[in-house]
Design a protein around this ligand. Structure first.
Ligand SMILES: Nc1ncnc2c1ncn2[C@@H]1O[C@H](COP(=O)(O)OP(=O)(O)OP(=O)(O)O)[C@@H](O)[C@H]1O
Length: 813
């Protein structure tokens, strides 16, 4: 982990020793300081000669302004070794939550593990603030943070263990069609009290949803997930960051026209519908469509005749009050609490018998792994789509400047009892915009992933319980495979290959290579070794800053070390008497500038069935119902299928698409927009330029690859049996799959041949798609020209153009 990142997180080790409470940082001091942390440091109590208030003492002062100074030491230390991490109990969009024991006191806690590699610096800062803030929470309906610590590139946050899990989790495990009204009122009333507390303290939650309403064994509902929560700016102006989970996101948040506390009220209304139906409105639609529907259609409402339980008009009326598109017409949280609907709320223990008694305990529930994507679009100083190679980067734009970050993350954690449904489907998670093939070492199989992977060593190092000690990982061990989001890269999922690829984590867009160990590399020319102990591995791109930067389309063959050189398979983890569930990650793009949001990439995918799934890449979890609905804070690529199928997850796979979404959202006339029609057109042209550049670069890549196959890959092609079939002539993948090479000798040659054929097939597909894209671009250009000629008003122009752009950007490659 970079030192800067480390510094930025060092606060976390002391966050839980903060000496004040959320209620003691009133808006007045916040408005002076402009940040909660500063407010904390400015607060007299923090400088007085007082012992720091500990989380426990905060617990003991809930709903009071009295401090408990008896505790001289924090009850929860920041020492990782004090926590014994056990089984995973939940998967969020950016975190895995584990059950854990705080050993010094033998207290059960939940530990949320967040991979900081997935965040940009500013996001980490935000996370830092929010973690500190939540450590100060002392409201019974707001989850507090016991403590937090950083290990390696992971941030671990300890919170109370809430044995009910989230309301979403509860619904999935026993109330698939929602709860009855009195239960909903009881849950929502508590949630609303938590929201009121946050709002009173100048805080917008920004991600209110059933997944963030946790329940303890007493039926207490707590607002959780501070990952996207946010404080208002210094002078309490509206915020503009595009954050939230699409289905729950208020229109004004989507529009980036500025929002305030009322955004939480919208999400609260959506959550009410979610609790009544089992899912959020529009949940079955792609994120892009959710955006369009939220912006263009009437607000969602409760269809009382389509629900399992009978609901009152009052309930529906309360929801409708929350779901006013005009935020100023929504009631403030405090006022909302006075709504007659909440009169039917019962005491919290009502939830014990009506809800908790009907679902398995959190430990016994199946926990699904998730693939997810998120996006952040926030105003910054410059356009930065990060979609094209650096030299193609778009740097100017005529209108509002934005920064768009992308990330796809897939967390693959072995469940305690692996089941069929737990095995993720690699293919559905692979991104179109990258080109990564993974080949297992011991089978003639090629698997594909668009995610970067951790080698077993890395898995070990990323484990909170590495080396039988808790959280002993360090940043130096955080080495990623070369597959991290980079152009044409083919990496192996085998431990051996993973080990060989560790040095390639700087891999960038560039040329293609098949690498071989330097020991046997005699030249820069492609080499294929027949040595039986050498196994070919697929290609990975050469880094843009390697010594070969001036060489193009060069192929090398990389041979694996002999088996004796290979890294040992990861040993089963255990700790004391408890089994440690080893986290295994296959990440999407990192959020580094170098790798985010590239669209001009290829993703090769050859799904060879279950056998191709590596034990550490149990990535078959992509069935839509388990795919995570991510927040719009980070994003990544999705296949077209994912975009269409993912119920709630994400926005787009490419930054172009997201930028289009953003501009589309911005152009929606629900609220007043300041952009002129010229600006809109300029944006559209801008997008078109990006698309054309993308197409051009794809074309170049194809050319390069073709060139490499016919020239630089000469040695390779010499090894392809004469009767190998030109895949370009094949009509479909099944035809391809049925190919039988005459030379069945299980040699490296067959593997290379197979890989080449697969590449050819994908090239052909890419060519077709490129043609299609060009046609779409042309049609789009024509349409815009004609619209321009007609000088249509913005209100006519915007929706029409938005739709076309959305369609045309589907699955460029
Ligand atoms: N303190 C806790 N006690 C018990 N279970 C928890 C706790 N915190 C989280 N969980 C479980 O872990 C799951 C994942 O939590 P997390 O906050 O990471 O994700 P989320 O809020 O559901 O999703 P997102 O990150 O997209 O908002 C929750 O749905 C919940 O079931």
């Amino acid at each position: 982990m970079p030192q800067s990142l480390h510094n930025s997180l060092s606060f976390l080790k002391s966050a839980n020793q903060s000496s004040t409470s959320l209620e003691r940082s009133p808006s007045s001091s916040r408005s002076r300081s402009g940040s909660i942390l500063r407010a904390i440091s400015l607060h007299p109590s923090s400088t007085a000669n007082q012992a720091p208030m500990t989380p426990l003492s905060r617990t003991s002062t809930i709903n009071s302004t009295r401090f408990n100074f008896e505790e001289a030491e924090p009850v929860f230390s920041s020492n990782p070794e004090d926590f014994e991490i056990r089984n995973p109990i939940g998967y969020g969009s950016s975190a895995v939550v584990y059950k854990a024991i705080y050993k010094p006191r033998n207290i059960r806690v939940a530990i949320k593990m967040i991979d900081l590699d997935l965040f940009e610096r500013n996001q980490i800062d935000e996370l830092r603030r929010e973690t500190a803030l939540m450590a100060l929470s002392k409201h019974p309906n707001v989850l507090k943070v016991h403590g937090s610590f950083v290990s390696g590139s992971k941030l671990y946050i300890a919170t109370p263990y809430l044995s009910g899990g989230s309301c979403l989790d509860i619904m999935k495990n026993g109330f698939k069609d929602g709860f009855e009204e009195s239960v909903i009122a009881t849950i929502l009333k508590q949630a609303l009290e938590g929201i009121i507390y946050l709002h009173k303290n100048n805080h917008i939650h920004r991600d209110v949803k059933a997944g963030n309403l946790l329940m303890d064994d007493q039926g207490t509902v707590l607002l959780a997930d501070f990952g996207v929560s946010s404080s208002l700016t210094e002078n309490n102006e509206v915020r503009k960051t595009f954050v939230g989970t699409p289905c729950w996101m208020a229109p004004e948040v989507m529009e980036q026209s500025g929002y305030d506390f009322k955004a939480d009220i919208w999400s609260f209304g959506i959550t009410a519908i979610e609790l009544a139906t089992g899912h959020a409105p529009f949940a079955k639609f792609s994120p892009m469509k959710v955006l369009m529907m939220t912006l263009n259609q009437s607000p969602p409402t409760l269809n009382r005749d389509q629900t399992k339980y009978k609901y009152t008009r009052t309930f529906k009326e309360m929801i409708d009050t929350c779901l006013c598109k005009d935020p100023s017409k929504r009631p403030a949280a405090e006022k909302l609490l006075l709504h007659p609907f909440f009169k039917q709320a019962k005491k919290k223990d009502h939830l014990i018998k009506t809800v908790l008694a009907c679902v398995p305990s959190l430990d016994q529930r199946p926990h699904k792994k998730l693939g997810f994507k998120q996006v952040t679009i926030e105003n910054t100083d410059q356009w930065d789509f990060d979609t094209a190679p650096d030299d193609d980067k778009l740097t100017t734009a005529p209108i509002q400047k934005q920064h768009i970050s992308f990330l796809t993350t897939k967390m693959d954690l072995p469940s305690p009892v692996p089941s069929e449904s737990d095995v993720p489907i690699t293919s559905t998670i692979a991104k179109k915009s990258r080109f990564v093939i993974e080949e297992t070492n011991d089978r003639n199989e090629v698997t594909v992933s668009s995610q970067r992977s951790l080698s077993p060593n890395n898995l070990l190092s990323s484990s909170p319980n590495n080396n039988n000690s808790i959280l002993s990982a360090d940043s130096s061990s955080n080495t990623w495979q070369s597959a991290m989001g980079l152009g044409l890269g083919i990496s192996s999922s085998s431990p051996t290959i993973a080990a060989t690829l560790q040095d390639n984590n700087q891999v960038k867009k560039g040329r293609f290579s098949l690498n071989q160990p330097s020991a046997i590399r005699t030249s820069n020319m492609p080499i294929v070794a027949d040595s039986p102990q050498l196994e070919a591995i697929p290609m990975s791109r050469i880094t843009s800053n390697d010594s070969m930067r001036d060489r193009k389309s060069r192929f090398e063959v990389q041979h694996l070390p002999t088996p004796t050189d290979t890294a040992p398979p990861p040993a089963p983890m255990s700790n004391s008497s408890h089994e440690i569930h080893q986290p295994s990650f296959r990440h999407g793009r990192s959020l580094s500038r170098e790798s985010v949001g590239k669209v001009s990439r290829f993703s090769i995918e050859k799904d060879d069935g279950q056998d191709s799934v590596h034990p550490f890449e149990t990535t078959r979890s992509a069935s839509p119902e388990y795919r995570k609905k991510g927040r719009f804070e980070l994003t990544g690529g999705m296949t077209t299928a994912e975009r269409l199928e993912s119920p709630q997850a994400t926005l787009n796979s490419t930054s172009n698409q997201a930028s289009i979404a953003a501009s589309m959202a911005s152009s929606k006339p629900t609220h007043q927009r300041s952009s002129s029609s010229d600006q809109q057109q300029a944006v559209i042209y801008h997008h078109m330029e990006a698309l054309l550049k993308q197409t051009e670069s794809q074309k170049n890549m194809l050319r390069e690859l073709m060139y490499g196959l016919s020239n630089g890959g000469g040695l390779l092609t010499q090894n392809i049996p004469r009767n190998s079939i030109d895949i370009r002539k094949m009509s479909n993948s099944s035809e391809y799959a049925s190919i039988q090479l005459a030379d069945t000798k299980p040699t490296i040659q067959n593997k290379i041949t197979s890989t080449l054929e697969h590449l050819q097939q994908l090239l052909a597909t890419s060519s077709r798609e490129k043609e299609q894209l060009l046609k779409e671009n042309e049609a789009l250009r024509k349409e815009i020209d004609s619209l321009r000629k007609l000088q249509l008003s913005p209100s006519v122009l915007k929706p029409s153009v938005s739709f076309h752009i959305a369609d045309s950007t589907h699955d460029p490659l």
